[in-house]
Ligand binder design. Structure first.
Ligand SMILES: [Zn+2]
Length: 253
């Protein structure tokens, strides 16, 4: 077996996956090494000692054997925390899982993304504390567009760069169009000013400074539709966990 580097890492557990009879694969977003897959030997044995370290919605400080290629290993856990509310609330669970699967899809394994680690930790804490999980998910969806290779211009008109006129969103121009240029795109999305306002806000909002956000149900529904449309047409990936979010949406009527 090749030996990697022994190192401590801060990790947020993204998911676990069955592997062989007694073992599990555990994917972490680490602050130091990006996303890494860990092989946890004996994790399915009844007397496995590090059970708490690999429960869903766990984060903490771990000691590991970090391989640059292939599977890494967890040696011990040094400090553990759990997002308790997510284990108990089906909607929080669904949105948190969805956000983590988007991050998993948006970045390559092993690419250090400490800013996204910090952002995910803050976002999951907000959901855990009772912030609107739908809105937190929307903020991640909008801010992840750039790593997904879609970088809409949410700042000014894509054609004339004016900022003082009503905007609409154009997929053709990859961003906003001011009222003077709406005729350039017959397929512009015809969004209302409130939806545009939140899309622009979500693109720049700093989650760590978020203290309050309240969006009415009609606008939430429109945001869901437009973000779905951008993801389907421009991003082209939909994590499996999104299906459950869609089902939750149907129950809410
Ligand atoms: Zn313009």
């Amino acid at each position: 077996m090749a030996t990697g580097d022994r190192a401590d890492f801060n990790g947020i557990l993204l998911y676990t996956k069955d592997y062989r009879e007694r073992d599990l694969l555990v994917k972490f977003l680490t602050r130091e090494f990006g996303k890494k897959m860990f092989l946890v030997r004996g994790a399915k044995r009844p007397k496995f000692k590090m059970r708490a370290a690999i429960l869903p919605f766990t984060y903490g400080l771990y000691g590991g054997d970090i391989q640059s290629n292939g599977l890494s290993y967890i040696i011990n856990d040094k400090r553990l925390d759990h997002f308790q509310a997510m284990a108990e609330d089906i909607a929080k669970n669904a949105y948190a899982t969805y956000i983590m699967s988007l991050i998993d899809l948006a970045f390559q394994d092993g690419e250090p993304i400490p800013a996204w680690y910090d952002k995910l930790l803050v976002g999951l804490n907000l959901i855990n504390e009772g912030f609107d999980a739908e809105i937190i998910a929307n903020i991640f969806e909008i801010q992840l567009l750039k790593p997904f290779g879609v970088a809409p211009n949410w700042v000014d008109c894509a054609i004339c760069h004016r900022r003082d006129l009503p905007f609409d969103y154009s997929e053709t121009y990859g961003g906003l169009l001011c009222q003077n240029h709406w005729d350039k795109d017959p397929y512009r999305l015809h969004l209302d000013p409130r939806t545009i306002y939140y899309l622009r806000l979500f693109s720049v909002v700093d989650l760590s400074k978020l203290t309050h956000i309240k969006v009415n149900d009609t606008t939430k529904k429109t945001l869901r539709q437009v973000i779905d449309q951008i993801y389907v047409r421009s991003v082209g990936v939909t994590p499996k966990s999104k299906r459950f979010i869609d089902q939750l949406g149907k129950f809410k009527i």
